[in-house]
Design a protein around this ligand. Structure first.
Ligand code: NAP
Length: 549
């Protein structure tokens, strides 16, 4: 085992390469647990993190209203019974600040800080075939050699900043929801424009509207959203969960989304019209992503999906006073084709006098101007809007964006970006052929974004930890996905998606939100339990589909 000199919170600027067993990129849920796990196994590891603190998604996404949409009692680590017993969540869906506090507590509780280097962006990771190590370089001048390189870079980390003419010309402050400043942003007395109506915007809009003098929302595509029904956690309920936490976790792991949601196991066709109505109303009252459990076939049977979509559209019409605005806010896409949002008073916000919705589905934003922006075809007829602040809630270059930002070179100097030019190619979302000992936690090809991310992350971390232990025990130098296994897995991921209605809209699952990005379905839509079964079967067969040397 190699010796670590990695313990530094400062950038080293040293030109001499140091050696650790593993470099981990990112200090969010994935990177932190990976570090803890490897240290428990007696290995040395170094996290590099671009941010000035830990937290990943919850470090960067500080926009007003940001909170998780999987219940906090389940959207939390389960690897430590002590941790899950001692931590107190205050609300059903924790706000960003509390999630960040939780992750900082994890850093402290498990003494992780000495092996995390903040304010450091990994620029390249190059596999050296002669030494069978990864040579990792950072923007702070670090050079580190590591047997393993583990990408804990997150699925939604690279902000999508649209290429609109005059992007940098606006006179006032601009914000991206995924790169929100640390200091408080006060919109009081301001005219604010917000572009986008995805999950981030749906959370931010009600909060900004309460503060700003006027808020104008630019909507290209409306989104389905169900009420989150967030509330303070009942201490009695918390006590009950904690007395039997293991059972809740176990139940969650048996479900498609890796969280316990008391899902209906029937298809709509198996139910009477009265039962269907009762189920829809029950889910609506439960709120949040429990709505996913409405009918087992809502993402595979168009007729069932229509029933659900019609129900939610009716609810939108009830929530918005002005029929014209309500009609604009009603999506005509497949329900769940884009990630369903969970909101608090989102649609009701359009009943406020200080909120205006602008439909840009037919005429795009033609330019950002010093005063605000223009909508139209670029002619002198364009309609101009003036603002004091502009918010981009325009999402992310999902799943591959944060990996492609790093110059990752495997065997024969091939870059991961080149290899993935026509879409990400992985085996189990964990490894890519030609890139030995490189792992992606919740990478494309794994259930990741369709599930409770924390549980999926824990499964990946433990699986990678087991692989590394197996390598150590068997004195192996490299593990690499075989081309054949990878091809079969990618075909399977696509096949599973093709059985669903998920290919029918321009979602980020398909990369369709990024101009020029190849349209390929990226996450594994088969659900958590079959995925875990497959991973376990692969391990039981001596890591079938991997080449070990
Ligand atoms: P998003 O869902 O991709 O939404 C981006 C929005 O910006 C869309 O309305 C999009 O319109 C619009 N947009 C993008 N480029 C544009 C352009 N050039 N002109 C006009 N409009 C443009 O991004 P997000 O809201 O940040 O959410 C991303 C994902 O993060 C979510 O799906 C979810 O998985 C996760 N998230 C979760 C939570 C939570 O747990 N509560 C909160 C926030 C985010 P089009 O639809 O027409 O492309």
């Amino acid at each position: 085992m190699s010796v670590s000199s990695a313990s530094s919170n400062q950038s080293s600027n040293s030109s001499t390469a140091r050696t650790v067993d593993a470099v981990i990129v990112g200090a969010g849920f994935a990177g932190l647990y990976m570090l803890h796990r490897l240290r428990e196994q007696g290995l040395t590891a170094q996290i590099f993190e671009a941010g000035s603190g830990a937290g990943g998604t919850w470090f960067w996404n500080r926009y007003p209203g940001a909170r998780v949409d999987v219940e906090s009692m389940q959207y939390s680590y389960q690897f430590s019974e002590e941790l899950q017993q001692e931590w107190q969540w205050s609300e059903r869906y924790a706000p960003q600040a509390e999630l960040l506090e939780y992750l900082n507590h994890v850093v402290e509780r498990f003494g992780l800080a000495p092996d995390i280097q903040f304010n450091t962006r990994v620029e390249s990771a190059v596999f050296d075939d002669s030494s069978k190590t990864w040579q990792v370089s950072t923007d702070q001048g670090d050079q580190v050699n590591a047997k393993y390189c583990i990408m804990a870079t997150g699925c939604l980390s690279k902000a999508n900043k649209p290429d609109i003419a005059g992007m940098d010309s606006f006179n006032g402050p601009t914000y991206h929801t995924g790169e929100w400043p640390h200091e408080e942003v006060d919109f009081s007395g301001m005219r604010v424009g917000i572009i986008g109506t995805g999950s981030s915007a749906i959370q931010a809009i009600p909060e900004i509207a309460r503060q700003a003098e006027h808020l104008t929302v630019f909507q290209r595509t409306p989104n389905f959203s169900v009420p989150a029904r967030n509330k303070p956690l009942d201490p009695e309920e918390v006590k009950n969960v904690k007395q039997n936490y293991g059972a809740l976790r176990e139940a969650g792991q048996q479900q498609f989304g890796a969280f316990d949601a008391d899902s209906n196991t029937k298809a709509a066709a198996e139910m009477s019209p009265e039962e269907i109505k009762a189920e829809l109303n029950k889910r609506w009252q439960m709120g949040g992503l429990n709505f996913f459990g409405v009918f087992v076939d809502f993402l595979v049977t168009q007729e069932t999906n229509d029933i659900v979509a019609d129900f939610v559209r009716e609810k939108i019409a009830e929530r918005v006073n002005d029929p014209e605005t309500a009609a604009l806010l009603a999506p005509n896409t497949v329900f769940g084709c884009k990630r369903i949002c969970a909101d608090t008073d989102y649609f009701e916000t359009y009943n406020r006098d200080n909120v205006t919705l602008v439909d840009i589905s037919k005429t795009a934003i033609s330019a950002i101007t010093p005063e605000g922006l223009k909508v139209g075809d670029g002619s002198s007829e364009d309609k101009a809007y003036a603002f004091d602040a502009l918010v981009f809630a325009t999402g992310f270059d999902a799943m591959t964006g944060s990996l492609n930002k790093i110059d990752i070179r495997g065997c024969d100097g091939q870059t991961l970006k080149e290899k993935w030019a026509a879409g990400p190619l992985t085996y189990l979302g964990l490894c890519s052929a030609g890139f030995p000992n490189l792992f992606t936690i919740s990478g494309p090809g794994s259930p990741s974004v369709f599930t409770n991310m924390v549980t999926s992350i824990e499964q990946h971390v433990e699986y990678i930890g087991d692989i590394i232990a197996y390598m150590t025990d068997n004195k192996l130098a490299t593990i690499e996905a075989s081309n054949e296994a990878e091809t079969q897995w990618v075909a399977h991921v696509n096949e599973v998606a093709s059985y669903t209605l998920l290919n029918s809209c321009n979602s980020w699952y398909l990369g369709a939100n990024i101009p020029g990005k190849k349209r390929v379905f990226m996450p594994y839509a088969g659900g958590f339990p079959p995925y875990v079964a497959k991973c376990n079967e692969v391990a039981a067969k001596g890591y079938e589909g991997f080449t070990l040397t």
